[in-house]
Write a protein that binds this ligand. Structure first.
Ligand code: SAJ
Length: 453
């Protein structure tokens, strides 16, 4: 009797071990696509599902839909293997698979509430499929209580045996493939069998520790990790501003402080962007179907980071005044609109707010980013040197590798008289910038006169 009850479990376990289990990954964004290709690379047959036809077409034509290290190579290899397929049809893909991994985005709305539209739609589709004998995993970030309150009721039916776990993604965009492999993985199990199956599966792509816990802890751990980073960045930003007041250099301060075994100051910058850090603290404080939890530190840190673009804007104005340049009509070159180095993603990028403020003031704004043509209203220019040419001030908002290779002498020679460099990501050494004739300003260091109104 017991044997026959365990048969579907044993069958799926053996299929996972032999890489005969077929996997459907729902949502082919910056998490879903690298995850799908990692499973293909480890020997599985994978169907990637997304409702975005343009994205599906790009992938099936062998093109990378976004900037990600080694993505092109993984797509090419997966095509060669003939074990990767893409589809817009969720029901068909789910029916033909043994394992379903949900990687859809869970953003926040304009009024800062969790937006579970995509997740609900996927759960609704899943509820209409035969899930008997299948393992259903969710990687998307969830407001606490969502796995139990939303996902499970949709997929658990009395007449079906299936398994489920919450397995939060932890990969850092830009290094997705290496992080999938080397970062320890959290499995939040619904029950022991589900945990065993999920562990067997992830063991094939993760070379680091696999940590089993309850799904409730897993859900909150994901959000706390990103909140921890956001709060630490806010601290670094505030200390950066304090350094400006005291006239010392944050980089030198952090070199000294970080020599302490229990101190690890983060890096100040123009603000915090991307699809994760600006929203996960809000997900943490907004449990599924419940009132928002009150918070002092987390919310204030979030607001502080959101205000950093204003600080950069004020530094730009002060630097222009210092060099007796008229703010309106000045030519400003913005280097970097992606939210961070070596990605093409511009979601919640601090660049958007800074460019808009400059345009509102009447500045002539030219914009470059090697990975995206998003200009946020500024004039996009593909060539970096052409962007900088004849400008009064260059502001670096993203530390792309391409910018690190620039020769500051060439830049300053091509600019208008009294060139200014606002290096919010500390791409260049200030001494080097001085030698090249720049007025050098950054978040966490400058010699500008008093604050202006
Ligand atoms: N930033 C700073 N100072 C720093 C570090 C980062 O200003 O010292 C800024 C970046 O410029 C960027 C933003 O923070 O605008 C976020 O960048 P990030 O590299 O810290 O993180 P994400 O959003 O690309 O990825 C995060 C990661 N979480 C943690 O490191 C705790 C990643 O591991 C998660 O998987 C990812 O969120 C996610 O998908 O949730």
């Amino acid at each position: 009797m017991e044997d026959s009850l365990n048969k579907p479990f044993e069958e799926l376990k053996v299929k996972i071990e032999n890489k005969k289990a077929r996997i459907a990954i729902v949502g082919l964004g910056q998490v879903g696509l690298p995850t799908a290709l990692s499973f293909v690379n480890s020997g599985y047959n994978v169907t990637g599902v997304d409702t975005n036809e343009e994205l599906i077409n790009k992938i099936s034509n062998g093109m990378s839909p976004f900037q990600e290290k080694n993505l092109q190579e993984f797509i090419k290899n997966s095509q060669k293997s003939e074990r990767f397929h893409v589809s817009t049809k969720i029901d068909e893909s789910v029916e033909n698979s043994n394992i379903i991994i949900v990687c859809v985005a869970t953003p926040i709305t304009k009024d800062i509430k969790p937006d579970m539209t995509s997740l609900k739609s996927v759960c609704d589709s899943l509820s209409k499929c035969d899930l008997n004998g299948k393992l259903i995993l969710v990687e998307s970030s969830l407001p606490p209580g969502t796995f139990e309150g939303l996902v499970i009721p949709f997929i658990r039916k009395s007449n079906q045996i299936c398994w489920s776990c919450y397995v939060p993604e932890r990969l850092v965009p830009g290094h997705a493939f290496s992080e999938i492999k080397t970062t320890s993985r959290i499995i939040g199990e619904l029950d022991t069998e589900s945990g065993i199956l999920a562990r067997e599966l992830y063991k094939t792509i993760v070379q680091a520790e696999i940590i089993l816990t309850t799904f409730r802890v897993a859900e909150i751990s994901k959000l706390v990790e990103n909140t921890y980073r956001d709060v630490n960045i806010a601290l670094a930003n505030e200390i950066g501003i304090i350094c400006e007041v005291y006239g010392i250099d944050f980089n030198e301060l952090s070199r000294v402080c970080n020599s302490h075994p229990r101190v690890n100051l983060h890096q100040p910058g123009p603000g915090v962007g991307g699809p994760c850090l600006p929203k996960d603290p809000y997900l943490l404080l907004n449990p599924f179907n419940s009132e928002q939890i009150k918070s002092d530190i987390i919310l204030n840190a979030r607001k502080f980071n959101d205000k950093m673009p204003d600080h950069v804007f004020s530094l730009i104005k002060r630097a222009l005044l210092e060099k007796n340049k008229k703010i309106e009509n000045s030519v400003i070159s913005v280097l970097g609109t992606a939210y961070k180095a070596n990605v093409s993603d511009t979601r919640s990028s601090p660049a958007e707010k800074i460019i808009k403020q400059l345009l509102d003031l009447g500045c002539n704004v030219k914009v470059n980013d090697p990975n995206t043509e998003a200009g946020f209203g500024g004039l996009y220019e593909k060539n970096i040197l052409n962007t900088v040419k004849k400008s009064d001030l260059v502001v670096i908002l993203t530390d792309h590798d391409e910018y690190k290779k620039l020769d500051l002498h060439i830049l300053s020679d091509s600019m208008n008289e009294n060139p200014i460099l606002v290096d919010t990501k500390r791409v260049f050494d200030k001494k080097e910038a001085d030698t090249a004739g720049f007025l050098y300003v950054s978040v966490g260091y400058h010699n500008l006169k008093e604050e202006i109104n």
